[in-house]
Design a protein around this ligand. Structure first.
Ligand SMILES: NC(=O)c1ccc[n+]([C@@H]2O[C@H](COP(=O)([O-])OP(=O)(O)OC[C@H]3O[C@@H](n4cnc5c(N)ncnc54)[C@H](OP(=O)(O)O)[C@@H]3O)[C@@H](O)[C@H]2O)c1
Length: 300
């Protein structure tokens, strides 16, 4: 099995690498998987020719896992064209290549394809209605993939990803919490955090599954996050509680904390489908946060 993972320097890409590097499991033929990780240096998704060049000059893959994306939600309002190239047009090109190579494609999307006004947890069949540029480009990527690959692909929609790598909500709160006496954090946007290692585990579980490996499976969307419904305010409070940081957290509304990109109000997603089809476990957000923060502490 030749497996390509894009976005090797991102949170999810690094989390997959961490597991693969310590994983001794083998595929069904008992031969180790050949997993190749690439970043923008090898495969620049902002350039059509870079993508063609990479695949023309490498042997065909059996599975492509696309963890790379333009993820700067606010900046995407100004750089919508670049975000569209990476999150939509590059995904379209990857889908076309995967289809030609008879490779499976596992692509990551976002809860921000929704407007957050559902009033109940989103299922995979609820109608998307993105309210910012990032969400629009990610939805366009999903649609292009589905059009080109009606079979042999999977889209996983996830939310509020954090990890022990790079900049994310947890690392930002830890930094600010140690510098300041109080902080304002939005309390009227609800959702579920996702520890990138949990998502990486789920992805590796899925690609080993017969249901994914069998030829001709209809392309499907799956939701995945940790369990629990919280606001960013509650998330920040828990981070400070675990780390015993004294900083006071003051809840504010989205209106009191304007950002260039509008955020959906509640993007809680139902995970029943991924749990049933692939037997994936979903951890409680607090236990996963504790796991991540324990690792962060050891790294200090
Ligand atoms: N982060 C979240 O809260 C969140 C929420 C919902 C869904 N998601 C989705 O989950 C997936 C993984 O996200 P993540 O948190 O791991 O994101 P991340 O940490 O921002 O990583 C994204 C990676 O994509 C790479 N990338 C950006 N532009 C590229 C280009 N032109 N060519 C090649 N690679 C490029 C980046 O490379 P550099 O390191 O070189 O910049 C980075 O390593 C993405 O599909 C994202 O849309 C994320």
């Amino acid at each position: 099995m030749r497996i390509l993972v894009t976005g090797k320097n991102g949170q999810l890409g690094r989390s997959i690498q961490k597991i693969v590097n310590t994983d001794t499991k083998t595929d069904n033929n008992q031969s180790p998987n050949d997993v190749i990780f690439v970043g923008r240096e090898e495969l620049d998704l902002s350039s059509e020719s870079s993508i063609s060049h990479y695949f023309n000059n490498n042997d065909k893959f059996d599975i492509i896992i696309n963890c790379a994306a333009y993820t700067q939600v606010d900046k995407a309002e100004q750089e919508a064209e670049l975000a569209d190239q990476i999150n939509h047009l590059a995904v379209k090109q990857l889908a076309s290549i995967a289809s030609n190579q008879l490779a499976k494609l596992l692509h990551i999307s976002t809860d921000y394809v929704f407007d957050g006004e559902n009033g109940k947890p989103y299922t995979e069949t609820d109608t998307p209605n993105p309210i910012n540029a990032y969400g629009r480009t990610k939805l366009a990527g999903e649609k292009a993939l589905q059009a080109l690959m009606p079979i042999n692909a999977i889209i996983i929609r996830t939310s509020w990803v954090y990890s022990e790598y790079g900049n994310n909500f947890v690392s930002t709160m830890l930094k600010l919490g140690k510098e300041r006496d109080d902080l304002r954090v939005v309390s009227d946007q609800m959702g579920s955090p996702t520890y990138a290692t949990d998502l990486a585990d789920a992805i590796l579980e899925i690609i080993r599954h017969k249901k994914f490996r069998d030829e001709g499976q209809t392309t499907q969307i799956y939701n995945y996050s940790n369990e629990g419904e919280i606001s960013w305010y509650e998330f920040a409070k828990e981070i400070f509680k675990i780390e015993k940081i004294e900083c006071r957290v003051n809840p504010v509304t989205s209106q009191q904390y304007p950002t260039p990109a509008k955020r959906p109000r509640n993007t809680l997603m139902k995970k029943d489908k991924i749990v049933t089809v692939f037997n994936i476990k979903t951890s409680n957000w607090k236990s996963s946060l504790n796991t991540c923060m324990t690792i962060l502490k050891k790294q200090q």
